[in-house]
Design a protein around this ligand. Structure first.
Ligand code: ADP
Length: 398
């Protein structure tokens, strides 16, 4: 709208505007209006063409309105400013020189028509032309500053997004650790309280069994049921206590690549038929971590075993290590069914399992071990396409 008004005003104030003059002004108005509206003109090539068109129309306009004496000489600022805001320093300089040439070329043309080139005319022409590099330089500087500011703003936005992501990850880890600690305490208390009554029930059932032995067959069978079920309950209580027992870390400097290799090999030996299915992708630059090698190996074995169990028969499981700015990461990746979004947190709870014969302690124990090492374990999964469990451990500065 503003452009239309400006170009119309130019046509109106111009004394004895000719048809060519108005046509060229209209052409310039169209170019100026269309450029920011058409997506097709966003490419660098289209932008260069537009600048060339503006330069050409400016040249024509000056040509039809008196050449070197034309009052339209500032029209050459249009291509120069466009170049300064969109091109690099070389392109801007080139367009500025071409703009100056498009004006100065009217000097020899005027001379060839016998127009006397007085010193005042030359001085005036030089002055007019000098405005082009002046405006060009100023605009280029401002545009460059703007671009730098936009870049800085983008960088801050990226940093902020990254910080946000880390914060929510850290929050998730803290929530999980608190939940596991509370569950651990509850479990330990309950299991401890159950031990004694279970012992009494077991002993009583045994005694009862001896009394009815040889007599009542049904009673004998019932007592053996009681004994069997109490044994099952006892095993479960044992597992609860196992889970709740405080971990004692025996830390030493651990080469994560060697450890991951050992865990993978242990599983290859155990599951001989599926030997070829573990693919190792180790980063040779990983630093040493301070960790309990046995516990950490248990974590990796758990993760690889889960990945193998989740994978279809011939699919490969990848064990990958990576050194990041502040941690060593070990990722176990599979192409199985993945983890449903509503299970993402639950899978770290003790006794949560979706497997018919699963116990549901693997990930809970793994999360506890990693937590005790000051690290974190996270899962990225697209349901139906696989899962990636990543353990990140703080690296020791060597
Ligand atoms: P368990 O293996 O005995 O079920 P875990 O604690 O190791 O116990 O795992 C808990 C649950 O997490 C599993 O039952 C399964 O639903 C889910 N899970 C673990 N690893 C994977 C995996 N790689 N892909 C899909 N689901 C997984």
């Amino acid at each position: 709208m503003a452009w239309l008004l400006l170009f119309s005003a130019l046509a109106v104030v111009s004394p004895q505007a000719t048809a060519e003059e108005i046509a060229i002004l209209a052409g310039l108005a169209v170019v100026q209006l269309a450029a920011p509206r058409l997506a097709a003109l966003e490419t660098p090539k289209a932008r260069n063409i537009l600048i060339a068109v503006k330069l050409g129309l400016g040249f024509l306009l000056i040509g039809v309105t008196g050449g070197i004496l034309s009052s339209y000489y500032p029209i050459l600022l249009l291509p120069v400013v466009s170049a300064a805001t969109t091109l690099g320093p070389g392109g801007t300089a080139l367009v500025t020189v071409l703009g100056a040439a498009a004006y100065l070329v009217f000097l020899p043309i005027a001379a060839s028509f016998g127009y006397p080139l007085l010193p005042e005319t030359l001085r005036e022409a030089a002055l007019r032309v000098l405005f082009l590099p002046l405006v060009s330089f100023l605009t280029y500087q401002m545009a460059a500053e703007n671009r730098e500011q936009a870049r800085r703003a983008q960088r801050s936005a990226d940093d902020l997004a990254e910080a946000n992501r880390r914060l929510s990850e850290a929050e998730e880890t803290v929530r999980r650790t608190e939940r596991l600690a509370a569950l651990g305490q509850l479990t330990a208390g309950l299991a401890h309280e159950l031990r004694n009554p279970l012992g009494t029930i077991r002993a009583s059932a045994e005694m009862l069994g001896k009394r009815v032995a040889g007599g009542d067959a049904v009673a004998a069978e019932l007592t053996s049921y009681i004994e069997g079920e109490v044994d099952r309950a006892n095993t479960l209580v044992g597992r609860f206590l196992d889970f709740a027992r405080p971990l004692r870390l025996r830390k030493s400097g651990v080469d994560v690549n060697a450890l991951a290799d050992r865990a993978a090999e242990a599983l290859v030996r155990e599951k001989a038929g599926r030997a070829g299915r573990i693919h190792k992708n180790f980063d040779p630059t990983v630093k040493i971590v301070e960790a309990d090698p046995d516990l950490l190996e248990r974590v990796l074995v758990n993760l690889i075993l889960n990945a193998l169990e989740a994978s279809p028969d011939e699919a490969t499981v990848t064990v990958k290590t990576r050194q990041t700015a502040e941690a060593v990461e070990i990722t176990v990746l599979d192409r199985g069914q993945g983890v449903a979004p509503e299970h993402r947190e639950q899978i770290f709870n003790p006794f949560f399992t979706t497997k018919p014969t699963g116990v549901g302690l693997g990930l809970a124990i793994s999360a506890r071990i990693v937590g005790e090492h000051g690290g974190a374990i996270r899962v990225d999964s697209e349901p139906g396409r696989g899962a990636a469990f990543t353990v990140s451990l703080p690296a020791v500065e060597s």
